[in-house]
Design a protein around this ligand. Structure first.
Ligand SMILES: [Zn+2]
Ligand SMILES: [Zn+2]
Length: 206
C-alpha cells in the first residue's frame, strides 16, 4: 500500500458534518503528517441512517469502495466486539487487514451544539480522534502512559485508562489534552518509516 501513502481518503458517512469542517480536519491532519500524507480527498459514502454500525463491517466496506489510506467519519455509534483486541477505543478503530480507520463523532460533542464554541470543540475532538486512528494506519501504537510532545500537549497517540476517568473524564483529560504534534518517539518512528518532516521544518518553509 506504500504507493497510496501520500493520499488520504476522508469519507463522510451521513450528512451531519459540513464539508468545510471536514476540509479543516483534513488540512490539520496534513500538517501533523507533513511529508507523509501529501493530500486528502473528501468523499461521501451513502449509508442508511443507523444508530450504530459494526466497525469492522464499515472498514471492510470502505476498503472495497475506496482502497488505500482511508479515514471514515460517522455519527453512528461504532459497535465492536469487546473480546476482540482489534479496536483501540470506542471512539475509533483501525482494521489491521487494510489501511482503513473509522471515527465516531456520536459521543464527542457537547450534548447539544448551540454555539460556535460547542461546534469548534466537537470538530477539535473529531480531529484529535482522527489523528490517533490515522496514526495507527501509519503503524504508530498507543501510549499507555502519558507522552508529551515538545509543545507540552499530549501526543495524539496517548491513551489513558478508560476506567480511571469514566467516559467524560476521558474525553476531557485525554482527548482534549492531546495536541496536534507527535512526541519524539512517534516522530522518530515516522521519520524512519516514511521520512517524516517535523513541524519545525515546516515553519522554516513558510
Ligand atoms: Zn489507539
Ligand atoms: Zn507519541
Amino acid at each position: 500500500m506504500q504507493e497510496n501513502s501520500s493520499t488520504l481518503n476522508i469519507v463522510r458517512i451521513g450528512g451531519y458534518i459540513t464539508f468545510s469542517s471536514l476540509k479543516e480536519v483534513g488540512n490539520r491532519i496534513l500538517e501533523s503528517f507533513q511529508g507523509i500524507i501529501d493530500e486528502f480527498e473528501l468523499s461521501h459514502h451513502d449509508a442508511p441512517l443507523l444508530d450504530s454500525v459494526d466497525a469492522y463491517l464499515l472498514t471492510t466496506i470502505l476498503h472495497e469502495e475506496f482502497g488505500g489510506h482511508t479515514l471514515g467519519i460517522t455519527d453512528a455509534d461504532l459497535k465492536t466486539n469487546d473480546e476482540d483486541e482489534f479496536y483501540n477505543s470506542i471512539f475509533g478503530g483501525k482494521n489491521p487487514q487494510n489501511d482503513v480507520a473509522v471515527v465516531s463523532t456520536r459521543k464527542l460533542g457537547p450534548t447539544e451544539i448551540n454555539s460556535k464554541s460547542d461546534y469548534d470543540l466537537y470538530i477539535d475532538r473529531t480531529l484529535k480522534v482522527s489523528l490517533h486512528e490515522v496514526g495507527h494506519n501509519f503503524g504508530l501504537t498507543d501510549h499507555g502512559s502519558y507522552k508529551v510532545a515538545r509543545n507540552g500537549s499530549l501526543c495524539p497517540m496517548s491513551k489513558g485508562e478508560f476506567n480511571k476517568f469514566g467516559y467524560w473524564g476521558y474525553v476531557r483529560v485525554i482527548i482534549d489534552g492531546r495536541g496536534l504534534n507527535f512526541c519524539d518517539e512517534c516522530t522518530y518512528f515516522l521519520k524512519n518509516m516514511y521520512g517524516y518532516k517535523s513541524q519545525s521544518a515546516k515553519l522554516l518553509e513558510h
